[in-house]
Ligand binder design. Structure first.
Ligand code: ADP
Ligand code: MG
Ligand code: ZN
Length: 475
């Protein structure tokens, strides 16, 4: 049996208003090449100035990942040529990163602690666009110099599922803190995976690095493919090459991108234009004071305070805006379990986009109102489902709609009793047969009452009232 070892390198774009070393806006979605300056291009004489906001964001991420913060760290040049990197080098922290020795916990079966080797601050490169039709490549330098952190994990992950869970939890944490927008598809969060196989008790095998895995699914599929490919090689007594590979979505395989011989030599050396990065105790304390309740703590609290299942808590917490919407609904009086259930089933059907609660389909107040009406028995669940789309479409409250449609239930016990009595008195023969022991008629009798009130009473109340009537308590 082969043991698998996986380590992830994750690049996360820091949410800052300006770039890492200049004051250009960090909005690279703007019109191409509009947010650029001599520092972005690395023109002769241009000098980088470190962005304090980026350092604060990086600090917050490191604290969330339980890292030791190095009171001094420094920047280095990573040299390589690429059309979208006109400077010919990227500024990063190679020799002395600002944060090391952290960990994050994931739940897969039990709790597993995954080590974080280091986090460093670096700048992003630009972006090339290949226009196949015109046979042209265009370059947008807007992304040049936008701030990133690279989070390097220990090779502690043992399965593709664990790797995906690690990425999921890490993304959630960063999004919660407002450090990163979590957009894997658009590349504001990027994942490279390292994987090797070895036999129990033997040293780790040669790792292969798979670049640019931009979804949980692709990450798992690429790792599964590599597990099989490497096991086959090793079974045949062959060696796994120290390669960089790419995952091809169509064929579901990884392909060689660079071999060991082609591994780049970046000629790292200390960046001469930047001084040492000193981080004071006070700055660490301040950064720590701005951290949100972590998703893990939130999940625990939902189970403890709201009595949700662990699964529901996990899904609700997976997006900060969704969790905020949920909490607000509960604060406004909605019963917590019902609110969770309705949010995750009914409401989500009417929501769209990758983060539907950023602009929710209705307000927490309207949603709470609906759930309270349901809880109080003014409407039934099918009625609530019925009016929800209209509430969303017309922006009406549940109370307004219930009144407008005249669908409020007969909710006083007296009214239900009177109605049951009225219907059952018209069904004397059946009632007599029931009383003579033909108990299977119960369903029919309840059905008749429900039919005659057109659903305008809670089935539970009708049920109970019919039974009481049949037992003769009402005569
Ligand atoms: P590089 O920048 O050359 O890719 P890093 O040190 O930044 O190197 O990243 C190495 C990554 O590979 C880390 O996430 C680490 O956990 C992982 N790794 C190291 N050795 C192995 C191995 N034998 N098998 C799988 N992953 C490994
Ligand atoms: Mg690396
Ligand atoms: Zn600039």
């Amino acid at each position: 049996m082969w043991k698998t070892v996986i380590g992830l390198e994750i690049h996360a774009q820091l949410l800052t208003s300006t770039k890492l070393f200049c004051s250009c806006p960090a909005n690279y979605g703007d019109s191409p090449n509009s947010n650029v300056c001599p520092v972005c291009f690395g023109l002769p004489g241009a000098l980088p100035v470190l962005n304090g906001e980026a350092v604060r964001q990086a600090l917050r991420a490191a604290l969330l990942l339980n890292c030791r913060i190095n009171r001094t760290s420094s920047f280095d040049r990573k040299n390589y040529f690429y059309p979208d990197l006109s400077k010919g080098y990227q500024i990063t922290q190679f020799f002395h990163p600002y944060a090391e020795n952290g960990y994050m916990e994931i739940e897969v079966g039990g709790t597993r602690r995954i080590g974080i080797t280091r986090i460093h601050i670096e700048e992003d490169a630009g972006k090339s666009f290949h226009d196949e039709e015109r046979g042209e490549t265009l370059v947008d330098f807007n992304r040049c110099g936008t701030p990133l952190i690279e989070i390097v994990s220990e090779p502690d992950l043992e399965t593709p599922e664990e790797a995906a869970e690690y990425l999921r939890r890490l993304r959630e944490l960063l999004v919660y803190a407002g450090v990163n927008d979590g957009n894997l598809e658009e590349g504001s969060l990027r994942c490279d995976a390292n994987i090797s196989l070895h036999r129990e008790g033997e040293p780790l095998g040669t790792r292969v690095e798979i670049k640019n895995l931009n979804s949980y699914r692709f990450l798992q599929r690429a790792l599964r493919y590599e597990q099989e490919r490497q096991a086959e090689l090793l079974e045949r007594g062959e060696e796994v090459g120290r390669e960089t590979r790419l995952f091809d979505v169509k064929s579901n395989r990884t392909m060689v991108m660079r071999t060991k011989e082609q591994l780049l030599d970046y000629r790292y050396f200390p960046e001469p234009d930047l001084g040492i990065l000193r981080i004071e105790e006070e700055e660490i304390r301040l950064a720590g004071s701005t951290l949100p309740e972590t998703p893990a703590l939130k999940r625990e609290r939902y189970v403890r305070e709201y009595h949700l299942s662990a699964d529901d808590a996990k899904i609700l917490v997976s997006s900060p805006s969704q969790a905020a919407f949920y909490e607000e609904t509960v604060k406004l009086g909605a019963p917590p379990v019902k609110a969770a259930h309705w949010l995750l089933t009914e409401l989500l059907q009417h929501a769209s986009g990758s983060d539907p609660f950023l602009t929710p389909p209705l307000t927490p107040k309207a949603f709470a109102d609906l759930l309270v009406s349901l809880e109080k028995g003014r409407i039934t669940a099918p009625m609530a489902k019925d009016i929800l789309p209209e509430m969303i479409e017309k922006g009406l409250s549940a109370t307004e709609l219930i009144a407008k449609k005249g669908i409020a239930l007969v909710d006083s016990p007296e009214a239900v009793k009177a109605m049951v009595k009225g219907v059952l008195e018209g069904l004397r023969p059946e009632v007599e047969r029931y009383r003579a022991g033909e108990t299977k008629l119960l369903g029919f009798l309840i059905g008749e009452v429900m039919k005659s009130c057109k659903g305008a009473a809670q089935p539970k109340t009708v049920n109970q009232t019919v039974r009481e009537f049949l037992e003769g308590k009402e005569e």
